[in-house]
Ligand binder design. Structure first.
Ligand SMILES: *[C@@H]1O[C@H](CO)[C@@H](O)[C@H](O)[C@H]1NC(C)=O
Ligand SMILES: *[C@@H]1O[C@H](CO)[C@@H](O)[C@H](O)[C@H]1NC(C)=O
Ligand SMILES: *[C@@H]1O[C@H](CO)[C@@H](O)[C@H](O)[C@H]1NC(C)=O
Ligand SMILES: *[C@@H]1O[C@H](CO)[C@@H](O)[C@H](O)[C@H]1NC(C)=O
Length: 546
């Protein structure tokens, strides 16, 4: 924090107004009238249709974590926590009796503050999601910070096919084809966690120790689902920013982009309008003679732009990620960013002198996301050009999360999720057919209020309403023990992050309620066990004061 002082303010950095820029701005407003044209025109200049690219945009927001950027470097936040790295031999397929090769699952473990098996010390299990587990461990300070007061052991198992937990010996072999990837499913991952924790407890003679699940985003989905599927293994789950309802037609598919858009609108209506107008400005600029070269220069791209949709996707990603990490204090979750980064983006966009073109404004704005440190010489558009990462596989099989963009409420180009196009792209990329109805069959989701009330207990769904995923999570209290803890100002699983001196009251309160509920689950469990647990009573009291 406070490290990135070399930031220009909007006025200084905005490019000089030119006649051309003025004309472009006017033109862009004119083309707004037929914004749907964007998708009809785009394919001509591109190697594959825009439709299929944008149908894939949504799932990729979760897959962000699996990109190479975070590999090979230990996140510096992790240095604060003491843990051991271990490997556990797992079956490749928990649901068949075929003799398949096993693989080693990585897990991080800390027994430093554990009250021990005799005192039924709890075990905090983070459900590893789609990326390197060290990176999630580094960004889940909450679990590390509360563990001592609970006398809890902390375990962070990695999700199979990510980080160092590769079946078939290497990433290349694991990701070779649809056959080698077919063991990459949420069900297998949950079974890995269940087998690991059961085995670990047996080794420690800790069978009676209660397990509490934690998870954020897809990890939060896993935590909630694991509590429902393995209630005998874990007594409760904190599922933070977990979009378990983004399947089939449970929630309108426009929800994600509507929330991103309203995050911008709440900062500034003119900022929202500028971005909304920019998509057509981009298309019309791209169609001009040398338009793509012009855009390449204007956006300081490292290599020549091939089509405008590449650039549109890059902008779309920035806005969407900004909404996810619109935290009230400076952070480095996806990128180094200031507090309330959307406010900063809009300050840049709105702050340019009159007559600055729409595209120049937008360029100034996204610099906050892509170049906050001021260290970027030129922008690289594709950090994952082939879409062959693990999340894309999951999205193309079970995790079909439809996403559209409404022509009214959204500042993004209008788009209707097209399953056929999505299916075609999955076939092209992986030779696999998505099963869009499987998740609701396997885990439920429809009529969630009735169903969870009937068969579930002890789940916290925590949400921050600035987070676009919050629209697909459970945001109402289902029963006494299945509760939604929502904050108006929170973003993507901010509650799981380490406490900071700048934490606003609503965040402090949200975490305090989580701690209180977890204590309740534990005391109910101990009561049911008939165990008088000194450590828990003591630690419980300390936990309240956090
Ligand atoms: C439990 O002990 C066995 C035998 O030493 C070992 O192979 C296994 O990895 C241990 N399990 C865990 C989860 O550490
Ligand atoms: C990134 O920011 C620095 C500092 O403001 C600036 O000098 C540099 O040109 C920016 N990079 C790009 C690609 O715009
Ligand atoms: C959906 O995609 C399919 C396959 O690409 C295409 O044939 C169809 O026209 C699209 N439907 C709409 C409504 O755009
Ligand atoms: C759900 O109940 C908890 C108390 O257990 C309360 O703090 C919370 O505000 C309630 N959530 C909603 C959305 O009403």
């Amino acid at each position: 924090m406070g490290t990135y002082l070399n930031i220009n303010n909007g006025e200084e950095s905005c490019p000089k107004t030119t006649e051309q820029a003025k004309k472009m701005a006017k033109h862009a407003i004119a083309v707004l009238l037929f914004s749907t044209v964007l998708f009809i025109l785009a394919p001509e200049s591109s190697s594959f249709p825009f439709q299929s690219v944008s149908s894939r945009r949504a799932p990729k927001f979760l897959g962000r974590f699996s990109t190479s950027k975070h590999r090979n470097q230990r996140p510096k936040q992790l240095l604060r926590y003491r843990y051991e790295t271990r490997y556990f031999e797992q079956r490749l397929d928990h649901f068949s009796f075929s003799e398949l090769p096993t693989f080693n699952q990585r897990y991080l473990i800390s027994s430093e503050h554990w009250a021990g098996a005799d005192r039924l010390g709890p075990i905090f299990l983070y459900c590893g999601n789609e990326g390197d587990i060290e990176w999630f461990a580094a960004n889940t300070g909450f679990v590390w910070e509360i563990a001592p007061s609970f006398g809890a052991m902390v375990v962070f198992p990695e999700h199979r096919y990510y980080g160092n937990s590769m079946p078939f010996g290497s990433r290349e072999e694991a990701y070779k084809d649809a056959a080698s990837l077919s063991y990459l499913t949420a069900e297998q991952a949950l079974a890995d966690f269940a087998v690991l924790i059961t085995n670990l407890k047996r080794n420690l003679s800790a069978e009676a120790c209660p397990v509490i699940l934690f998870g954020g985003s897809y990890g939060g989905m896993l935590a909630a689902w694991m509590r429902l599927k393995y209630p005998h293994i874990a007594i409760g789950a904190l599922a933070s920013s977990a979009p378990i309802l983004q399947f089939e037609d449970i929630v309108p598919p426009e929800t994600f982009y509507n929330i991103v858009s309203s995050d911008f609108k709440r900062e500034s209506a003119s900022c929202f309008n500028t971005i909304k107008a920019s998509w057509n400005a981009l298309i019309s600029e791209g169609q001009k003679e040398n338009g793509l070269s012009q855009l390449t220069r204007m956006f300081r791209l490292c290599r020549e732009l091939k089509n405008t949709e590449e650039l549109a996707n890059w902008l779309d990603s920035a806005y969407s990620f900004l909404a996810m990490v619109d935290y009230p204090y400076p952070s480095e979750f996806l990128m180094p960013l200031p507090g309330y980064p959307i406010r900063e983006v809009c300050r840049k966009i709105d702050g340019c002198p009159d007559g600055t073109s729409i595209l120049e404004r937008v360029f100034e704005g996204v610099g906050v996301y892509y170049n906050y440190t001021g260290e970027v010489d030129c922008f690289e558009l594709d950090d994952d050009p082939h879409g062959m990462d693990g999340w894309n596989w999951q999205a193309c099989t079970e995790m079909v999360m439809p996403m559209s963009s409404s022509p009214d409420a959204s500042m993004f180009p209008a788009y209707d999720f097209n399953f056929s196009a999505f299916q075609e792209e999955c076939w092209t990329n992986f030779k696999v057919n998505p099963r869009p109805r499987w998740i609701t069959t396997e885990f439920g989701g429809k009529d969630i209020m009735t169903n969870l009330k009937t068969f579930g207990s002890n789940i916290i769904f925590s949400n921050g309403f600035l987070d676009p995923w919050s629209g697909y999570s459970v945001t109402q209290n289902v029963s006494d023990s299945i509760v939604a803890l929502n904050t108006q100002e929170g973003a993507h699983h901010i509650d799981l992050r380490a406490a900071t001196a700048q934490d606003p009251n609503w965040l402090v309160e949200q975490r305090a309620t989580e701690i209180k509920l977890i204590k309740k689950w534990l005391s109910d469990y101990y009561q049911a066990k008939g165990a008088t647990l000194r450590s828990n009573v003591e630690t419980g009291d300390r936990a309240t004061s956090m």
